[in-house]
Design a binder for this molecule. Structure first.
Ligand code: SF4
Ligand code: SF4
Length: 84
């Protein structure tokens, strides 16, 4: 399956990176996120719409007990914004 990903010219994209090896498929992130960023793909939770993630939001990562979600740092976001 092809994952939707819209990249800026500088390659920066705010959104989650999911460590599939650490993820337990508990679905907490999928059920919490209202932006449709996550979906079930072949019985596993996957990031399917990273570009729909709200810039600066990382709430789902703090809810992931497996520590399987990572986000860019706010400093990286600020640096990308300065290039806009
Ligand atoms: S909350 Fe974490 S462990 Fe649970 S499905 Fe999401 S990424 Fe996987
Ligand atoms: S950070 Fe917020 S908008 Fe982005 S995937 Fe997680 S809950 Fe959804």
């Amino acid at each position: 399956m092809t994952m939707a990903r819209v990249e800026r010219d500088d390659g920066f994209q705010w959104g989650p990176t999911l460590d599939g090896a650490a993820c337990t498929d508990c679905r907490v992130c999928l059920e919490f996120c209202q932006q449709g960023v996550y979906a079930m793909v072949d019985d596993h939770v996957r990031v399917v719409a990273e570009a729909s993630c709200i810039e600066g939001c990382s709430h789902c990562a703090s809810m992931c007990e497996a520590g399987a979600l990572a986000f860019p740092t706010l400093d990286e976001l600020r640096a990308a914004k300065r290039k806009d």
